[in-house]
Design a protein around this ligand. Sequence first.
Ligand SMILES: NC(=O)C1=CN([C@@H]2O[C@H](COP(=O)(O)OP(=O)(O)OC[C@H]3O[C@@H](n4cnc5c(N)ncnc54)[C@H](O)[C@@H]3O)[C@@H](O)[C@H]2O)C=CC1
Ligand SMILES: O=C(O)C1=N[C@H](C(=O)O)C[C@H](O)C1
Length: 276
Amino acid sequence: MDASRSHRSDMAPIKVAVAGATGRMGQEVVKLIQREENLTLVGATARSKVGQDVGEVIRIGRVEVPLTDSLDDVLAQGPDVLVDFTTPDLVYENTEKAISYGVRPVVGTTGLTEKEIQELDSRCQEAGIGGIIAPNFAIGAVLMMVFTAKAARYMPHLEIIEMHHDRKLDAPSGTALKTAELISQERQELKQGHPEEKETLEGARGGYKDGYRVHSVRLPGLVAHQEVLFSDAGQLLTIRHDSLHRESFMPGVKLAIEDVMSRRGLVYGLEKILDL
Ligand SMILES: NC(=O)C1=CN([C@@H]2O[C@H](COP(=O)(O)OP(=O)(O)OC[C@H]3O[C@@H](n4cnc5c(N)ncnc54)[C@H](O)[C@@H]3O)[C@@H](O)[C@H]2O)C=CC1
Ligand SMILES: O=C(O)C1=N[C@H](C(=O)O)C[C@H](O)C1
């Protein structure tokens, strides 16, 4: 990463709001902001649940977070950055709204289409602010994707297997789609398997994108895992990453929050702000 882009410790803390603060990821982000001196939490949204009232203060770690489902109320408090870990059906609207308030989006929520990402980039450019959308903030996962794309140049036969907890709403994962996009930049579409192969059980060969297969596994107890299997005559290569805890995403989230402060326009993928 370009060191001149990083947020210096002698500057005022970056004011951060969190959308989805009560979720599995949102809670980790609140704890991150609490422990980092250069970050301060100025607001949080979450969906109220049965037995929980909007306006109620909830406790995440040592932090008391006022619960609101109004993103406008939070954005009106003037955060520098909005970190979004909500749901695929909310994320576009949230991000668009943040930009309209001049608040830099740091988006971890998956499910945005290429067209939506381009639109959000244009909006950030027009507003003169930075933003980042990263389907995976774990540095190890980013390395796994980048190494996969490099390996695909030399071993183009591959299949992607992503494995997640069974509360996940989208399949395939944003990470698998991003991996696929990086692979497409390095190799031509390649039909794999027998040209006349037929699925006798629908879905048995997984999803198909640009010449590779993506298989999604959902099991309780898993967090976030991906394996890319490569083969060539007489040899196999496996590139695998495992997030064992959601803390694994936090160094990347912190880096992104600092990075968007001095960027103009939106980047898609944490690899864009790492010096790889
Ligand atoms: N980029 C990355 O590194 C990672 C991305 N993710 C993605 O982040 C997203 C969130 O994942 P989790 O934290 O596991 O989900 P979760 O279900 O635990 O949390 C979702 C949060 O959104 C809030 N929410 C839901 N509907 C709402 C509404 N209508 N209004 C206001 N708030 C609402 C919930 O109250 C909750 O706080 C998913 O898209 C997931 O794929 C997850 C892990 C890492
Ligand atoms: O839902 C999750 O948990 C995760 N979602 C992201 C994705 O879809 O790739 C990132 C990570 O895999 C965890």
